[in-house]
Design a binder for this molecule. Structure first.
Ligand code: ZN
Length: 277
């Protein structure tokens, strides 16, 4: 199973909005406590049972469920899938699933089942707007799918950053939600070499890169994530096919020359030396 990146998490989020927003939680069943990284399972179950899901948001790869309960301050259920986590929705209370960790019963009668082979995922509760439990959520950079995203904003985030552009794009404090696949794709589309110093990009290049980051991520979300085994809430795999990522030695889709693979900041990076400067 592929590591879920931002488009896969956004795909799940959109499914969760349809399945759970406005619904109340009727039951919580914990089969493997290891995914409850920062809370006690009794407290977790007690606080969520009877609570209503007001909204399902996302920050980077964190799913943020806004929860409300009468006479109690709103709070968040925060979920991170890490390497192997996944959520499926079933119309009825199905038998225990392989690698099941958490099951959420909804008042519609459907259930959300979280499975995680490695149990590296993270489910916890946090106070609304505070996110004191996970500093990452607060320190994360801007979201490329938000309306405020622009070349000027990207230029601001890159200013004074030392390092190669590919490595800097993967830093979640600079931009939220750009993983290895999508960094390679966005740099290819913008015609920018992954080996450029981040601070050397001019305004035109920042505009091109900001546009390609957003369009690459949007396309991947429309496809339900990358091609592979990763599945949405209803079990459908993603269909997004990268143009360069993972394509070492294959012909470049623009010039036909061979794509090259190098290492940037310890991460495998595929690019076209003729089309990206
Ligand atoms: Zn090329």
């Amino acid at each position: 199973m592929l590591l879920p990146e931002m488009p896969e998490v956004e795909t799940l989020r959109r499914g969760l909005v349809r399945a759970a927003a406005g619904q109340s939680i009727t039951s919580i069943r914990i089969s493997d406590e290891r995914v409850l990284k920062r809370c006690d399972s009794d407290d977790f179950t007690e606080r969520l049972t009877g609570a209503t899901v007001r909204a399902v948001n996302r920050r980077g790869k964190y799913l943020l469920f806004e929860m409300v309960v009468a006479n109690v301050a709103p709070f968040h259920l925060v979920v991170h899938l890490n390497m192997k986590g996944g959520i499926r929705r079933f119309d009825t209370d199905v038998p225990q699933q392989k690698y099941e960790c958490v099951r959420v019963g909804l008042n519609t009668g459907s259930v959300l089942v979280y499975t995680d082979m490695w149990t590296w995922g993270d489910w916890h509760l946090d106070e609304a707007a505070a996110f004191t439990q996970v500093a990452d959520v607060v320190s994360m950079g801007p979201e490329p799918l938000d309306s405020g995203w622009s070349g000027a904003l990207l230029a601001e985030r890159l200013a004074g950053r030392r390092g190669l552009i590919k490595a800097v794009l993967l830093d979640q404090k600079v931009v939220a939600g750009v993983g290895n696949i999508y960094a390679d794709e966005a740099l290819f589309t913008a015609g920018i070499s992954p080996k450029r110093q981040a601070s050397s990009l001019d305004a035109g290049e920042c505009d091109a890169l900001a546009t390609s980051i957003a369009s690459t991520l949007e396309t991947a979300v429309r496809c339900g994530g990358s091609l592979g085994e990763y599945v949405d809430l209803d079990g459908n795999p993603g269909t997004y096919e990268p143009r360069v990522y993972g394509g070492k030695g294959r012909p470049c889709p623009l010039c036909g020359g061979p794509l090259m693979k190098i290492s940037v900041g310890g991460r495998g990076t595929t690019y076209c030396p003729d089309c990206q400067h």
